[in-house]
Design a binder for this molecule. Structure first.
Ligand code: SF4
Ligand code: SF4
Length: 384
């Protein structure tokens, strides 16, 4: 049985570019909010990529996430035509994630028109959605969402909403913005957002400065300041993770390797990921490792894959979906690895095991701000 096929797959998570106007310190595209990560080559989809990825043969495709691991979809100059291609070739709802600070009001108004489809889908996503990652108000948002402009983001969100776009405000909580949650939620309602969601990062646990502070660098690598976790317990990511540290040190003991894997993208979702090079991966986490060998976990992923398969085995630029999904990696090897202690990928142990599942714990839903709205379960994507 193939890992996924034209009938089973329900969600595509896509990264149309790995460029971004912002520099969030916990995002692996940059060095602690300073310059771009060493070795990150810029990649962008072509129109041919978009036509191929959004294959009309996906019979049960319900949702497409325009998001990614190293880029903001709005940073691609052809993001709007790509959304149009997705709309034309599939019946899926679309979730478009952005910091909201790139592009003009008219661009966001166009996106709002494209994502203003009023038909209520039977799918759990219900409607298209623009998700704005805004971590505070005018005096705090750019402490984390560095190089963004709060006033511009609000104007862009208003333009998106004015042409019919359904919008959600995602708020990542830190000590410096936790006192603004209520005011931000009120503002979100006033501006016309349908939903407001709290995000709780799990990344303090692997800060080089310890779990109570996370360094922020300038472009020269000088320390500028520290981010701190929120003081209020309800906004802290409480997940206790005993395996994270040893795995990030490259020390997978036999106890850790014996842990059961429950693949997020095969249990909670039926999802697959396409990165900015049009390469298919089972999830954004493995793809992120393949971009940058920054940690022992990423090195383990790269070694695991490169020891087994030829370069481009997962490229949609050299083959079609049907052949690609029948490749042994997707058809059998990955799933088999979850049942063999010596074969398990460190990344799968870190992200989707019974003792380490940090992704879902990062989201806290709040009641809808107005009307019936998109009832997204936790999106299970990287949260930065
Ligand atoms: S988290 Fe998103 S907005 Fe922030 S730098 Fe990374 S890609 Fe850009
Ligand atoms: S890390 Fe492994 S187990 Fe988790 S979603 Fe990716 S492939 Fe599945």
């Amino acid at each position: 049985m193939a890992y996924q096929n034209f009938t089973t797959l329900e969600e595509l998570h896509v990264e149309v570019t790995n460029r971004c106007n912002a520099a969030c310190p916990m995002c692996s595209r940059n060095q602690f909010g300073g310059k771009d990560a060493e070795g990150l080559a810029m990649s962008d989809w072509t129109s041919e990529d978009a036509e191929k990825v959004f294959d009309p043969q996906f019979l049960n495709l319900k949702n497409i996430l325009f998001c990614g691991t190293h880029g903001d979809p709005a940073a691609h100059p052809n993001a709007l035509p790509f959304v149009e291609i997705a709309k034309k070739q599939t019946n899926a709802t679309i979730e478009f994630y952005s910091n909201g600070s790139a592009r003009s009001k008219s661009w966001w108004a166009e996106l709002g028109k494209l994502l203003g489809d009023k038909s209520q889908h039977q799918y759990y996503r219900k409607t298209d959605l623009g998700v704005f990652s805004i971590d505070g108000l005018s005096d705090t948002n750019s402490i984390y969402r560095r190089r963004t402009n709060f006033e511009k983001i609000l104007e862009n969100a208003e333009a998106f909403i004015s042409t019919g776009g359904h919008a959600r405000w995602d708020f990542l909580v830190f000590k410096h913005n936790e006192h603004q949650i209520e005011d931000a939620e009120k503002l979100a309602k006033k501006v016309g957002f349908k939903h407001f969601r709290i995000r709780k990062t799990s990344r303090f646990s692997r800060s080089p400065a310890g779990p109570n502070k996370y360094p922020v660098w300038d472009r020269e690598g000088n320390l500028e300041y520290y981010l701190e976790p929120p003081e209020s317990k309800q906004f802290q990511n409480q997940i206790k993770n005993k395996v994270e540290k040893p795995l990030y040190q490259g020390n997978a003991t036999s106890d850790i390797k014996a842990t059961e894997i429950r693949c997020l993208n095969r249990t909670q979702f039926q999802r697959i990921y396409v990165n900015a090079r049009a390469e298919v991966h089972p999830c954004c986490f493995l793809s992120s490792d393949m971009y940058l060998p920054l940690s022992p976990i990423a090195k383990n992923t790269i070694q695991w894959i490169e020891n087994r398969y030829k370069k481009d085995f997962n490229s949609l630029r050299t083959q079609n979906w049907e052949d690609l999904l029948q490749h042994p990696f997707f058809a059998s090897d990955l799933e088999q690895s979850w049942h063999n202690s010596d074969e398990k990928l460190y990344r799968c142990l870190r992200t989707c095991s019974t003792v380490s599942n940090p992704i879902i714990s990062q989201t806290q839903d709040r009641p809808a701000l107005q009307g019936e709205t998109n009832k997204s379960p936790s999106n299970g994507k990287k949260s930065v």
